[in-house]
Write a protein that binds this ligand. Structure first.
Ligand SMILES: [Zn+2]
Length: 111
């Protein structure tokens, strides 16, 4: 991969991490415990609890993705970014644009 491309993906990774950090901040806020005394009607409270569960699931996924993005940044520093860990071929740019944290190419992912 050329150094120009590396710069592009470093920026893409940074942007994606920033966005993820923003939504994690929001999701943490949204998945705080619901006060039993809170002045919601019973149905509204049930909905709030359901929504909290959804937010927690998204929060867990967002945190896991953030770690994968951080690992990708380390691979950029190590010079191994964009190389499929299975077949050792370069991962096509289109896939990295869609999934900048990708570890394996589409061929290997499909196996
Ligand atoms: Zn591969």
């Amino acid at each position: 991969m050329t150094s120009g491309n590396i710069d592009k993906f470093r920026m893409l990774l940074t942007e994606t991490m920033n966005e993820l950090n923003e939504s994690i901040k929001y999701l943490k806020e949204a998945s705080r415990p619901i006060e039993p005394s809170c002045a919601l009607g019973r149905l509204t409270r049930m909905e709030a609890i359901g929504e909290k569960g959804v937010n927690e699931a998204i929060l867990a996924r967002s945190k896991a993705r953030l770690i994968r993005l951080e690992n990708a940044m380390e691979r950029i520093a190590a010079g191994t970014y964009g190389i499929c860990v299975k077949c050792k071929q370069e991962i096509p740019g289109g896939r990295l644009e869609a999934v900048p944290e990708a570890l394996i190419c589409v061929n290997c992912a499909g196996k």
